[in-house]
Write a protein that binds this ligand. Structure first.
Ligand code: FAD
Ligand code: EPU
Length: 343
């Protein structure tokens, strides 16, 4: 019989990339998905609030204590489910390190996910905000998501088309929020290779590397190199990547903004809308590289809020809201956190 190994009063500092000190009243590591039901039953029987923890790279603890049960997802493994002449379907367990999965499968010659290299965190969290980078999004390679429905207390598999994927969103952030534990994700990877090199400085980076006909490994290396130049390493400086999402506004709104801010950058979005650059808006408000006590924005990227010392979650959130207010006052544009705020 499975015995829950519950730990009392564990400090979660090393389990969140912001490096915030938060004490979990109870915590448990889930190394086998077959134990999800018992774990949830335990929490329900004691009316404990729960928090599902992946790699802790997209959340901010704002309290000194988490009163409830933290369930760290730690099941791991990659399995080939089916294969034909052009593609493979792989099942990746939720607790498997995302970039380890990308690295292993790129080295096997599979492609489709190489632009998503070096994104921190675990595979189970990846569908939740439909991770994206360098012209690729998870929704283009994810076939199905397996999860445990914590209300109905049973396992389910949903297909890509049922996931309501969008820019940094999915069904997991909307209609079924807080009612699921993702246990595995299925990806369709390609054997042939069509490189996606249109985004930002990828082509420039590849030519600097002396690459004219990139392989998936070359593209992965180019993306890794750009990311290392741009983003602070959370092992050195606490952060959770982009703190805010890029705001999506109506084209009419862009036109009004362009009357005053002629050089405002914008990118295509769904019909009738454009995506603005939150980093640019924040920089124009004077926040790039700005420090306030132990917190501030990264010197090289205004969208990344950092913990430069022993910042508390409260300090970080109040700095973030100062940025949000400032952007609204200057541009009348609302920027919303991408990071999950844990209260
Ligand atoms: P966590 O932070 O542990 O959790 C995130 C949320 O998902 C929480 O609400 C948590 O409760 C929930 N959750 C986690 N796992 C499960 C599960 N199995 N079942 C149910 N709920 C779960 N993101 C991008 O999209 N693109 C980027 O380019 C990118 N770059 C980044 C760069 C840096 C330096 C950092 C620190 C972060 C970056 N991120 C990026 C954000 C982050 O890496 C991703 O959102 C990642 O998918 C989070 O994974 P995680 O396992 O750390 O999730
Ligand atoms: N910019 C500035 N000042 C800054 C930062 C950016 O003006 O300080 C402007 C520049 O015009 C730059 C543009 O913003 O060209 C875009 O910057 P970047 O390429 O760094 O992309 P981003 O929009 O800031 C998004 C994702 C990142 C992802 C990159 C690459 C969001 C919220 N962020 O950042 O994802 O890695 O594109 O695709 O969509 C994350 O989600 O945590 C994350 C890091």
């Amino acid at each position: 019989m499975f015995v829950l190994k519950i730990v009392n009063n564990e400090n979660l500092k090393q389990y969140n990339t912001f490096g915030i000190n938060t004490i979990a009243e109870y915590s448990v590591r889930l190394e086998d998905e077959s134990n999800v039901a018992e774990t949830i039953e335990f929490a329900k029987s004691r009316s404990l609030k729960t928090l599902i923890l992946g790699g802790g790279s997209n959340l901010l603890f704002t309290q000194k204590d988490f009163n409830g049960l933290v369930i760290a997802i730690r099941n791991s493994g990659i399995e080939t489910i089916e294969e034909d002449s052009t593609s493979v379907l792989v099942k990746v367990k939720a607790g498997h390190d995302w970039d380890n999965f990308v690295e292993q499968t790129v080295l096997m010659g599979y492609s489709g996910h190489e632009n998503l290299s070096l994104i921190p965190g675990l595979t189970g969290a990846a569908p939740i905000q439909n991770i994206g980078a360098y012209g690729q999004e998870l929704q283009n390679i994810c076939e199905m998501v397996e999860y445990f429905d914590t209300e109905k207390m049973k396992g389910k598999i949903i297909l890509n088309r049922e996931c309501s994927f969008g820019y940094r969103t999915s069904i997991f952030k909307e209609s079924i929020k807080g009612k699921f534990i993702i246990t595995a994700v299925y990806f369709r990877l390609q054997k042939g290779f069509v490189p996606k090199t249109a985004y930002g400085s990828i082509s420039e980076k590849l030519s600097k590397m002396g690459v004219t006909k990139p392989t998936p490994v070359d593209l992965r290396n180019a993306v890794i190199s750009i990311r290392k130049e741009k983003l602070p390493d959370p092992k050195v400086t606490g952060n959770a990547g982009s703190f805010f999402k890029n705001p999506v506004v109506k084209i009419e709104k862009l036109k009004i903004l362009q009357e005053t801010f002629t050089d405002i950058p914008y990118y295509p979005a769904t019909e009738g809308y454009v995506k603005l650059s939150a980093g640019w808006l924040i920089e124009k408000c004077g926040f790039k590289g700005k420090r306030e006590g132990n917190t501030g924005t990264a010197p090289g990227h205004a969208l990344v809020i950092c913990n430069f010392g022993e910042a508390t979650g409260e300090e970080i959130i109040s700095f973030a809201y100062k940025i949000k207010d400032s952007v609204f006052n200057k541009f009348t544009v609302e920027i919303e956190p991408e990071v999950n705020i844990i209260t």
